[in-house]
Design a protein around this ligand. Structure first.
Ligand code: ZN
Length: 278
């Protein structure tokens, strides 16, 4: 196992240099164009073509996915206890494992026996560089740069765009938003919360506000997200708020800087993915 993932409260994609991101994105695009010119990208299809075997099984909490090297061949295990086969999360995990195969340094570590197998967790919270690289590769493989850019061209960031492209690329909201903010440079913050507590957040480099108005990781009380936890209200459309409703230390006069808050609800899990932009 190459460094099991350590959990952290923040996404730190910034740990991968811009140069390295370009290399990984180009590699992923090349593979997507070569093996899967149509959308959506099918990791199973790519594995079939290059001769990597795989199976879906019940592995409880042990891992999301695992790439194993034995007898000169590679095998990918996918855990249906974490995500049903072909769900956005399972597809991402599959693409992540393919990353460990296609990224030379990762594959060589397995081939040289430095790591007999590689267990992965797909939750966007790793701080291990090998995991981050595989995650980044996975997002670039499922959303190849040129096609993704063309689909975003001239379209405003909106719930409709999120839904349309999640559907087209068969990816989760988190995966889509990470890719979108990197490609389009829209100032966006994404907050994942559960039971009114912030589980993790990340923001694009140019997002102006860094400090959420939060006590012990709670959601700010004047917000659409807080209304869901307090009263079960689910808004279909983005809500208009002011920066000071969500953030501390802002350099604007009160009631002058408008922000938009859009919630993607997972009622079953008492979770919300909150997207804030302006
Ligand atoms: Zn991994």
């Amino acid at each position: 196992m190459i460094g099991r993932e350590q959990r952290k409260n923040n996404i730190e994609q910034n740990k991968i240099s811009i140069q390295r991101k370009r290399v990984l994105s180009a590699l992923a695009s090349y593979i997507a164009d070569l093996y899967n010119p149509q959308l959506p990208i099918l990791p199973e299809r790519i594995a079939d073509i290059i001769g990597i075997s795989y199976n879906y099984g019940n592995y409880e909490d042990y891992f999301d996915g695992m790439l194993e090297h034995s007898n000169g061949g590679f095998h990918i295990y996918l855990n249906v206890d974490k995500a049903p086969s072909n769900s956005p999360r399972s597809r991402f995990t599959f693409a992540h494992e393919l990353g460990h195969y296609f990224i030379n340094e990762h594959r060589q570590a397995l081939e040289l026996g430095l790591a007999p197998s590689h267990q992965s967790f797909t939750n966007f919270q790793s701080e291990n560089i090998v995991e981050l690289e595989a995650d980044y590769f996975a997002s670039c493989l499922l959303m190849p740069e040129d096609r993704f850019r063309a689909d975003c061209l001239g379209k405003k960031f909106s719930p409709q765009l999120i839904k349309e492209l999640m559907d087209r690329y068969q990816v989760s909201a988190s995966a889509f938003l990470l890719r979108y903010t990197f490609i389009e440079n829209v100032p966006v913050m994404v907050i994942c919360s559960k039971g009114n507590k912030i589980a993790w957040k990340w923001e694009s480099d140019d997002f102006e506000f860094k400090y959420i108005k939060s006590l012990s990781r709670s959601i700010p009380s004047i917000s659409a997200t807080a209304e869901f936890y307090a009263k079960g209200i689910e808004y279909i459309d983005p809500q208009n708020l002011y920066a000071e409703d969500w953030f501390n230390y802002i350099s604007h006069e009160p009631n002058t800087f408008g922000i938009k808050e859009y919630c993607i609800y997972a009622k079953r899990y008492n979770m919300v993915l909150t997207v804030i932009w302006y």
